[in-house]
Write a protein that binds this ligand. Sequence first.
Ligand code: GDP
Ligand code: MN
Length: 319
Amino acid sequence: MILVRNKELNGALHTIHQIEDNFNKKFHYPYVFLNDGKFNDGFKNRIREAVSGECYFERIDAQDWSQPASIDTERQKKAMKQLDSEGVGYAKQVSYHNMCRYYSRGFYNHPRMKQFKYYWRFEPNTDYYSDLNYDVFKFMQDNHKTYGFTISLYDVEQSVKTLWPETLDFLKAHPDYVNPNAATQWLTENLQNPHKTEMAQGYSTCHFWSNFEIADMDFYRSKPYSDWVEHLEKAGGFYYERWGDAPVHSVGVGLFEDKKKVHWFRDIGYKHHPYTNCPNGKHTKGCTAGDFTYKHLKDQNCLTNWWNFEMDDADKALY
Ligand code: GDP
Ligand code: MN
C-alpha cells in the first residue's frame, strides 16, 4: 500500500522495482495506490508494467482527507506560524497534516483496504536491500504479530506537545483499554536520548518510523484504537500541532496491544533518507550503512530502548 501523487511516479517505480525483485516476484501480492487526487493514465500504465500482482488505483474521499470544518483556522494559522519558527518541518503545509491524519485514522477504513487484513506500507524513493525468501504476511499471521517495523526514532518534541496529555485524558475514561503487557517504559522513558523532551510532557517521543510498516489493520479497526483516535481528532492536534502518524501508530500499538505482538524486521535492509536498517546478512545486497543500531545516529535512535525495555525474548532470538 502506498499513498502517492502522480508527480512521484519515478520515486514509486524506484521502490517498486526493488520490492518486486526482492520479494513480490515470488509472491505476487496486490498493490493498493491511494491518492487524494486522481491518478492519470501515464501513472497507471507505468506502474502496471512494473508489478507482478494486481493493482488497485484508489481515490480518497475529500471528507476523509481534508481538514474538518471544526478546526479553528485562526488558531491553526497562529500555531503553525509558531511551529514553523521553531523549525518544525512541514508545519505550514496543510497537505502534510492531512497526510499524517489520514495515515493515523483513515487508510484502514478505505473501502478498498477493508478487503485486506495486513498491509505493507512503502514510500517513493525508499530502498529495499534484502532478498526475502519467505512470505512476510504469513510470518505475521503464523507468529501472531500485529505490527512490524525496521527503524525506531525519537520525534521532534514540538510536534507532539499535547499528544501524551490528551492520551492520558482519554485513558481516564478507558483505563481498561490499556493492554496488561503494554510498552509503557519505551513510551515514557528516554534514557538514551541526549536531547531533552520536556515539551512532549511525559512521552519519550519514541516511535516506529512509519514509512515502513507491515501490520494488521484489524488492530486499528478495534475499539480501543478507534475510540482513541477519535478523541485525538476532537483534540485537533493534527492541525493545531503536527502530530505524525508514526507517533500515533506507536502510542496506539504501545498502549493497546501486547508488546509481544510487535516485531522488529531486523532482516529487512531498508532505507528512507537519512536512516537505514542494515542487517548485513547474507541475503542483503548493497546495504552498506553498517548496523544502524550500534554505529549510527545514536542521538535519534530509539531502537536500543525498544530492545532493552520491551522486546520479546522470542523476537530477539528469531535471528
Ligand atoms: P516525510 O517522509 O515525513 O518527509 O513525508 P513524505 O513527503 O515522504 O510523505 C509521506 C507519504 O505520503 C509519501 O508516500 C508521500 O508520497 C505521501 N504524501 C504526502 N503528501 C501527500 C499528498 O498531499 N497527496 C498524496 N496523494 N500523497 C502524499
Ligand atoms: Mn518520506
